[in-house]
Write a protein that binds this ligand. Structure first.
Ligand SMILES: [Fe+2]
Ligand SMILES: [Fe+2]
Length: 310
């Protein structure tokens, strides 16, 4: 389709601006408010960390593992937001001229993600203060962003929508209802969630618009790129889950049997795959757009790869 004739739903972008103005927050004034993390509480709820699967861990072990996973969870957002901002900023080019409401909504999206990255950098330093030395977050945001951005916008937007939907889902389903989490940790994801709600809406508008530019052959190649991106994400999850398991085993203050160590490593990887891949691709709103843009054969190719990860 000729891009200039693509029907743009300006009202939906305008609604995003309205929400963005209403929920806007400041890192210090609204989120941190001079507080520190309460290390006597969990960070990530069990529904996300899946630490309940480890019947051989005591409550202290589970709390520590929830904090380690919670630290990685925050770092993951700061890290993916690097390529999300770069891609959305690139997309704004299509809207430089013409409707300025659409442009403003996407600029706000980028501005919010820049602030989120700053927030996640701040709290990484705060979490480091209260935890034993030795934690490492492996992926470098710029290196990964460069690799991700080599793919077509179609494939990257698919990944972005998936991420921005699971962000909201995790908060609503697991973080919000849990009364036993570090209050500051919980608030970070409350405020993050407030600004993320509009992002997924803009992704849902921009992905089909991008799709309208592609020929069937280009779209088919984009599906292959999406499959490769899922593989890349999984490679990162494999490395980080091993690093987090090693850190946990080093600092938990007791030893485990060989079989228990294997279960810890496999369990963290399974939790990460659920957190960053399956809870997003299984989201009804992701499926709705994805199914409208792809053929059954293309979805079959993606599903085959996903099966190897479960
Ligand atoms: Fe964000
Ligand atoms: Fe976002």
């Amino acid at each position: 389709m000729d891009v200039s004739t693509y029907p743009i739903d300006v009202d939906r972008y305008a609604k995003c601006i309205e929400v963005s103005k209403r929920v806007r927050w400041d890192i210090d004034r609204d989120v941190i408010r001079g507080r520190r993390f309460d290390f006597s509480q969990k960070f990530l709820p069990d529904g996300i960390s899946k630490v309940d699967e480890f019947d051989f861990l005591n409550d202290d072990d589970k709390r520590l593992l929830s904090q380690i996973q919670g630290r990685t969870y925050a770092n993951m957002f700061g890290f993916v937001e690097r390529f999300i901002t770069a891609k959305v900023l690139e997309i704004t080019r299509d809207h430089w001229l013409g409707n300025q409401t659409v442009l403003e909504s996407l600029i706000r999206f980028c501005d919010e993600e820049l602030k989120h990255q700053a927030l996640f950098r701040r709290i990484e330093a705060m979490m480091a203060e209260g935890m034993p030395a030795g934690y490492t977050f492996l992926p470098d945001p710029d290196t990964v962003a460069k690799a991700v951005l080599k793919n077509s916008t179609w494939a990257v937007l698919a990944l972005i929508l998936e991420i921005e939907l699971f962000t909201q889902e995790h908060y609503r389903q697991s973080i919000a209802p849990d009364k036993n989490l570090s209050e500051l940790y919980k608030d970070i994801f409350l405020f993050h969630w407030k600004e993320e709600t509009t992002h997924a809406i803009m992704d849902e508008l921009e992905w089909p618009r991008e799709d309208s530019k592609l020929t069937p052959g280009e779209r088919d190649r984009a599906v292959d790129e999406l499959i490769a991106l899922v593989g890349d994400v999984d490679g990162i999850l494999q490395q980080q889950s091993l690093a987090d398991a090693a850190y946990f085993l080093n600092v938990c203050g007791r030893s485990f049997r060989r079989e228990e160590i294997d279960r810890i490593k496999a369990g963290i990887l399974r939790a990460y795959r659920w957190q960053y891949i399956f809870s997003g691709v299984g989201h009804p709103r992701f499926k709705a757009v994805y199914e409208s843009l792809t053929t059954e054969t293309q979805r079959g190719r993606v599903a085959t790869v996903l099966t190897t990860l479960s």
